[in-house]
Each structure stands twice: as structure tokens, then as C-alpha cells.
Design a protein around this ligand. Structure first.
Ligand code: 4AD
Ligand code: MG
Length: 434
């Protein structure tokens, strides 16, 4: 038989006859020639079917194919410089595999709620396709980067008995006769990992019962959380910027077609591969916001919302680190600044173009007494954190880490407007299906 290929490999089969499993996305037909818009899961391409070559019966069948019918196509690959993709297939044979009913997502425009209700089908369309391939590339590049730099992946549990990022945004669930929480962050477990393996990272789902309905928030999102022993914050910032630049470079190198499907200009992304990234203090950020005149109310101590982050990021054309936030707006586990008692040794990385915070990180409090006091001051139960305090009882070391929100990074790198399109099946305030 013929060689079965994926169309993404078309360049290796120019002028050869091959077999491809595909679906019909659209078609244009006349009495003599049909242009089939096809996808095989790896790319979107055109099939050309000519009546005089195929005979009346097969041509009639092709003419009446319905959207999303699945099929085995045979044909010869040709270059096609007019299309995004660059190759087409001249159909020599076609066998229907699965018929299709009236497909709900037609080539016309649909509203976002309709599309999200049909997310299980919408994933087949070009934009979701490009987004998910880029998501995969960012995940792949994450493993490459951390393995290259000597990190071990230590998986954090999803069901937990304690709550690192605060108690208000927790999902509670029954755990036999006890209560458990869905993880908001793997960080505390990664700290245990760092003291056992030096440099570790986790990559897993995290859950926040945030009542925020913004273009930056998911209820369930994926986070990459590296944690490094014997490492201070300055060095952690270098890891962070190297990592982010590596993600952008990997997408530039390996997702040219997907970026073109999304209309994302690679020239913009190239700016984000230049290191180092700018770094300013929280104090300086407050001054900049005050001087802008756009934030008349803002005072030292305020947390930044979307407008503040967007304004700050717009002052730079690379991602920018904001260093040393006030204690009152950050979690208990951070290490206080050595010469100031009002800020932590921490940083957020803000993405350009209005995408906001993509990384949060800090040096960790490594002193037993100070950490215990911080836990109590935060109103948390030291009993529940006894295992975490053990990390300061037995050979504590300076250590630092950070968390990158995967979908935030994807939304920024792809230039999309809403985070819901960066995950296969988004969980939103008003959406748990499909
Ligand atoms: O800033 P966050 O809350 O930090 C932590 O969870 C730390 N424990 C990480 C660490 O140091 N190991 O969250 C980290 C990142 C944010 O910068 C953001 O990119 C993303 O997670 N994030 C969200 N992404 C989507 N939807 C949400 N609701 C998110 N909340 C945080
Ligand atoms: Mg944060």
C-alpha cells in the first residue's frame, strides 16, 4: 500500500503519492473541480479533486461530503505557495470513514459562549489548534530547560492538608472522615524536594476558588514551580529570565506555522529573548504610577491590579521584574529584606503588552523561629505546618523558588486576548463543562 503520512511532514513527500487520514473542514465545488479544506490533526491543508481524473461516482461522493466527515485520502503532494501551510494534495482516491451530521461550528462567526459550550469540537478549529500546539511546545521546552540545568521533577500532591497561598480561595473536599484541599501551589513540597535533591521543579494543576472573572484568571490552571537549595533571590531571578527567554525562543524556533495561523508577529517575540530583563523596586513602581497621573489614589502598600501592571509593563519593551513587595500583600513564607522590615525578598515578573504577572517568586524564610512566628502571625495553625517547619529544623539552607503560570505565559506568547483559550478545557467562574 501507500505510505501513510501526516500532512505536517509534507515537505518530505513532494510529488509522491501518499495516504492521509483527515477530516473535511470546508469545501468549494463546481461541476468539474472541488477544493476540499482538510485537517489531519497536524495541520490545515487543501485537497484538489478533479472530476475528469476521479470519475463520476467518486466525484459525486466528494461533492456531497459534509463538514467533519472523516476519510482516508490518497493523492500526490504538491507545493502550494499561496496557502499558510505551503502544500496541497491532488486527490487520487478517497474513502469515507465516518459520516458527519450537521456540524455545529460552521465556517461563519460564532459567539464565545457557543464556542466554549462546544469546546470538545472547537478544539478542531485552527486557532485552538495553534494554541494547543504552542502550549505543548512550552511544556516540552520547560522539561528541556530544567533537565538541561540539572533539575529533578518532584511531583507535588493535588490533595493537601494545608494551604500555602491563603485560606480564602481554597476548594475543600471530603477526604474520608477528614477534610482536604485542592492544591493552590506545590511550593511547600518543592521546598522539601530542594533540600533532598538540590534543584527541583513541579508541573501540575493548581486550583483557586477566586471569584474573579477577568481575562487573566482561571479556576484551574497549571503551574511550573522550581525550587533551588543554596540559592539566593538574585540567582533565582537569573534562572527565571533565562527560562522565560528559552520558552519564547523555543516557540520562535518550532512554532512558526502556528504563530502564522494566529497572526502573531515573530518580530515582537524576538525582543523578549534579549537578556537581562529590566528590574525595578516596588517603591520605584509606586513612584512611576504616582507620576503617571493615571492613578491618583495609589499609595505605598497597595497591591497592583490589572491597570497598574499594564501601565508598568508598558514602560518597558521586555518583561520587567518588580522587586521587594510590602509584606502585607504577600504570603508568610517569604524571607524579609535584610535591612528593611516592611518588604520581602521577592519579585513578580510582569509580561509586556498588558498580560500582567506571569511569575511570582521569592527567597524563603529559612530560620525556624522566624518562620514559626510568621505562620502564627498569618493566623495559620503551626500544627498543620509542622512538617514544613522540619525543613528548618534539620539542616536549613538559604533557598529560593518561583511559580510560572503556564496559561498566563501561553496567552502572552501567543498574543491572545483571553486566558480561557490557553487551556484545552477551561474552568471558569461560570463554567465546569465540557
Ligand atoms: O503568584 P502566585 O500565587 O505564587 C505562588 O503560588 C507561589 N507559591 C509560586 C512559587 O513561588 N512557587 O502564582 C504564581 C503564578 C502567577 O504569577 C500567575 O502566573 C499564575 O501563577 N496564576 C494564575 N494563572 C491563572 N489563573 C489564576 N487564577 C492564577 N493565579 C496565579
Ligand atoms: Mg502572585
Amino acid at each position: 500500500g501507500l505510505k501513510k503520512i501526516n500532512i505536517i511532514d509534507a515537505k518530505d513527500y513532494v510529488d509522491q503519492e501518499v495516504e492521509i487520514g483527515a477530516w473535511l473542514t470546508d469545501k468549494r465545488s463546481s461541476g468539474k473541480i472541488s477544493f476540499l479544506q482538510l485537517r489531519d490533526g497536524t495541520a490545515f491543508f487543501q485537497g484538489v479533486a478533479v472530476k475528469s481524473q476521479l470519475g463520476d461516482d467518486l466525484y459525486e461522493l466528494i461533492r456531497h461530503l459534509r463538514q467533519e466527515t472523516s476519510m482516508i485520502i490518497t493523492g500526490v503532494i504538491h507545493e502550494d505557495t499561496r496557502s499558510h501551510f505551503g502544500f496541497e494534495i491532488e486527490v487520487s482516491g478517497l474513502k469515507v470513514v465516518g459520516e458527519s451530521e450537521d456540524y455545529p461550528i460552521t465556517p461563519k462567526e460564532h459567539g464565545i459562549d457557543f464556542l466554549l459550550d462546544h469546546r470538545h469540537l472547537w478544539l478542531r478549529s485552527t486557532k485552538p489548534h495553534a494554541m494547543m500546539v504552542i502550549r505543548n511546545e512550552i511544556i516540552r521546552a520547560t522539561y528541556v530547560f530544567f533537565n538541561k540545568e540539572g533539575y529533578i521533577k518532584i511531583d507535588a500532591p493535588i490533595l493537601t492538608g494545608s494551604a500555602p497561598e491563603g485560606t480564602t480561595e481554597l476548594f475543600k473536599t471530603k477526604y474520608f472522615d477528614k477534610e482536604a484541599y485542592l492544591s493552590q501551589s506545590g511550593q511547600l513540597y518543592e521546598e522539601a524536594g530542594a533540600l533532598a535533591f538540590d534543584k527541583v521543579f513541579s508541573f501540575g494543576p493548581t486550583f483557586r476558588a477566586e471569584k474573579s472573572k477577568t481575562r487573566r484568571h482561571l479556576i484551574e490552571f497549571w503551574m511550573i514551580e522550581p525550587e533551588m537549595a543554596f540559592m539566593h533571590q538574585e540567582e533565582s531571578l537569573e534562572v527565571q529570565e533565562r527560562y522565560v527567554a528559552f520558552l519564547v525562543q523555543s516557540v520562535l524556533d518550532n512554532c512558526e506555522y502556528e504563530l502564522s495561523l494566529l497572526g502573531r508577529d515573530p518580530e515582537i517575540l524576538k525582543k523578549y529573548t534579549k537578556l537581562p530583563y529590566p528590574k525595578i523596586s516596588y517603591d520605584k513602581a509606586i513612584e512611576m504610577l504616582q507620576e503617571s497621573g493615571d492613578f491618583p489614589e495609589i499609595q505605598w502598600g497597595a497591591d497592583f491590579g490589572s491597570p497598574e501592571e499594564t501601565y508598568l509593563a508598558e514602560q518597558f519593551d521586555q518583561p520587567v521584574f518588580i522587586l521587594n513587595y510590602p509584606k502585607a500583600i504577600k504570603p508568610f513564607y517569604m524571607k524579609p529584606h535584610p535591612t528593611r522590615d516592611d518588604v520581602y525578598i521577592c519579585a513578580d515578573l510582569l509580561a509586556p503588552e498588558g498580560y500582567g504577572e506571569i511569575i511570582g517568586g521569592s527567597e524563603r524564610e529559612d530560620d525556624f523561629d522566624k518562620l514559626e512566628a510568621a505562620i502564627k502571625a498569618a493566623g495559620l495553625d503551626p500544627e498543620a505546618y509542622d512538617w514544613y517547619l522540619d525543613l528548618r529544623r534539620y539542616g536549613s539552607v538559604p533557598h529560593s523558588g518561583f511559580g510560572l503560570g503556564l496559561e498566563r505565559a501561553i496567552t502572552w506568547i501567543t498574543g491572545e486576548s483571553h486566558i480561557r483559550e490557553a487551556i484545552p478545557f477551561p474552568r471558569l467562574l461560570n463554567r465546569l463543562n465540557p
